[in-house]
Design a protein around this ligand. Structure first.
Ligand SMILES: N[C@@H](CCC[C@H](N)C(=O)O)C(=O)O
Length: 294
């Protein structure tokens, strides 16, 4: 018998997702299914998929082998997949949209709660919520700056620093790069990076040098090429990596950075032990997949 598959479409600063409420963990999220769903011509179209189920249900179904520290059986768990069907540890825009969905559908009783992810527990606060929009803060855990590395993009080499935000990033602050220069870079062509530093692939951020900003310590503009997706209009974990790299460029390890991305603006706060991300979420609409579509 055909199992009904409901979906919700949402985005965080235009990094867009298909949410699949699947409390019984009945869906088989094969790479073929996920990539077809995310395909902008033959599917719904999205950068990634967020399955909505509890951590305990995902473990009992064998999707997770164990729950990370601080994640309880009853916590909602963001089972994230990239548009190519690959699994990633964490998604900073996705977790805001996921929290918005839970709050808007009254699946949580408080405005502050924990969302599980493969990178660990992520405490969230939904400040304001309607059925279509929300403002959400996520505690993203530490941003661990690592080694210097390089990427080759559009025929040019970019130097950056590896940043572990639960998933891998190469954050390249480019001195002298204007937002217009950044907009002119071709992020669709061939991109190479050091596989010995990033054996599991990497998300790459190109970032303008930090400028002073009103209430924040700095303002930057960023574009991103995501592992398993390609260029996206925003990346929450990338924003955290970019904020940490921009602060390092300024000789600081702590501060608040406004990050402009093609899809909007997000605020990241970095300290020695933790980072937070605050930004919008939009739920666009909902539907049901047609039987026989795939
Ligand atoms: N768009 C996400 C990051 C999604 C995962 C990434 N592509 C990876 O493979 O690590 C975000 O908002 O953080």
């Amino acid at each position: 018998m055909f199992a009904r598959v409901d979906f919700v479409k949402g985005h965080g600063t235009q990094n867009d997702f298909v949410l699949l409420p699947d409390p019984g963990v009945q869906l088989d999220l094969t790479p073929e299914f996920v990539s077809a769903l995310c395909d902008r011509h033959r599917g719904i179209g999205a950068d990634g998929v967020l399955r909505v189920a509890t951590a305990g249900a995902l473990r009992d179904a064998g999707v997770l082998t164990a729950l990370g520290a601080g994640i309880a059986d009853d916590d909602w768990f963001m089972d994230y997949r990239n548009g190519d069907g690959s699994i990633a540890e964490m998604c900073g825009n996705g977790v805001r949209v996921f929290a918005h969905f839970l709050a808007a559908h009254e699946l949580v009783s408080e405005r502050s709660f924990t969302v599980g992810s493969r990178a660990g527990a992520r405490p969230v606060t939904v400040h304001a919520v309607t059925g279509s929009s929300a403002d959400v803060t996520v505690n993203m855990g530490p941003a661990r700056l690592g080694v210097d590395s390089k990427a080759q993009i559009d025929g040019r080499r970019y130097a950056g620093v590896s940043v572990d935000v639960g998933n891998p990033h190469l954050a390249c602050v480019v001195d002298g790069l204007t937002p217009q220069d950044l907009a002119d870079i071709d992020l669709c062509g061939s991109i190479t990076f050091d596989n010995t530093v990033f054996p599991h692939g990497v998300n790459i951020e190109l970032i303008t040098a930090p400028l002073s900003a009103g209430a924040a310590d700095a303002e930057i503009t960023m574009r991103v090429h995501e592992r398993g997706v390609g260029e996206t209009r925003s990346c929450g974990t990338g924003v955290v990596a970019a904020g940490a790299a921009a602060l390092r460029f300024m000789g600081r390890s702590e501060g608040t950075v406004l990050v402009n991305v093609p899809g909007g603006q997000i605020t990241v706060t970095v300290d020695d032990e933790n980072t937070t991300l605050r930004g919008p979420s939009v739920l666009v609409g909902a539907g049901v997949l047609n039987e026989g579509w795939l």
